[in-house]
Design a protein around this ligand. Structure first.
Ligand SMILES: C[S@@+](CC[C@H](N)C(=O)[O-])C[C@H]1O[C@@H](n2cnc3c(N)ncnc32)[C@H](O)[C@@H]1O
Length: 284
């Protein structure tokens, strides 16, 4: 458990084998992404049953394989407690919303573009830490069936999936302390950890393409982070009003702080001085 809770990276980020692959892909990588790439390479070597040198040869001449790695490094990338300010906000605001509901009514929390589940599982941990698990319903959607399968599988996660932002560490440490996550067998030395069954059972996963239809669940909190940034402006203009319509009056849409300026410029909604730029409230 110490390894996970202290977050000391024990691998050199500039492992020369990972660096050779990075050069072929032509991408810039943060330390976390470097560790992710290392895991992806190992997985692909296992998949093809090839040693590293042969996999590198294959990668050099196979643009599809290169695209697969690039895609896994960007489009599907996700972390636990990725935007800690959103979990702080949920922690502060959920009790207020609950006060406005009848005792029997649940707050609906929706995660759109949930990838392999790190975001909705983080939500489940945050509400459990607040002692409010019984009063929320968490539904998570993604277009990618493989990611949904992975999310539902109960397979362990590599430790680079734990956000290492200082403010996220607080959340991660609390969740580890409560046993919502715990260390499991290592895979190629990449420190795997499990999400507890109690947390996993709090989330329902479903397929959805937000370009085709809005989330069917009316949401009090709609997490949609790092999804709109992959769409062009005309798509954002089509999709955002539908997401907005699926939020109950007074509810919130939470997008990534990394995309909030660009998205707000497209949808022409100014920031609310009382809220972080990445949180949009739907007024009554
Ligand atoms: C970068 S991940 C973000 C995961 C998570 N929200 C987070 O911030 O850590 C983007 C996810 O959006 C999903 N996605 C992309 N287009 C989508 C669409 N049209 N409908 C639903 N999900 C979509 C991708 O499959 C991917 O899992």
């Amino acid at each position: 458990m110490n390894n996970l809770s202290t977050f000391i990276p024990r691998r050199s980020p500039l492992n020369p084998q990972v660096e050779a692959v990075r050069l072929i892909l032509g991408v810039k990588l943060s330390e976390t992404h470097t560790r992710c790439l290392e895991l992806l390479i190992r997985r692909r070597m296992d998949f093809f049953k090839l040693p590293y040198d042969s996999y590198l040869q294959l990668l050099k001449v196979d643009p599809e394989e290169q695209n697969l790695l690039r895609r896994d490094l960007t489009v599907n990338m996700t972390f636990f407690f990725r935007h800690p300010e959103h979990f702080d906000f949920l922690d502060d605001t959920l009790p207020v919303l609950l006060e406005q509901k009848r005792r029997s009514e649940k707050v609906s929390i929706v995660s759109v573009g949930c990838s392999i589940g790190c975001e909705p599982f983080s939500i489940a941990m945050a509400v459990s830490l607040a002692g409010l698990a019984e009063r929320v319903k968490i539904t998570a959607f993604d277009i990618d069936l493989k990611s949904l399968e992975r999310a539902k599988s109960g397979k362990p996660f590599a430790d680079f999936r734990l956000s290492n932002k200082p403010t996220a560490k607080l959340w991660v440490n609390l969740a580890l302390k409560q046993g919502y996550m715990y260390e499991s067998d290592a895979y190629h030395n990449l420190e795997f950890f499990q999400v507890s069954d109690t947390i996993r059972q709090m989330v329902s996963f479903m397929p959805l393409d937000i370009l085709q239809e809005p989330p069917p669940e009316p949401a009090d909190f709609l997490f949609c982070s790092n999804v709109l940034m992959h769409l062009d402006n005309s798509r954002v203009l089509e999709v955002f009003p539908q997401l907005y319509a699926s939020v109950v009056p007074g509810g919130y849409i939470l997008i990534s702080p990394d995309e909030s300026s660009a998205v707000r410029a497209v949808i022409a909604i100014p920031s609310d001085p009382g809220l972080p730029e990445s949180i949009i409230q739907k007024y009554n």
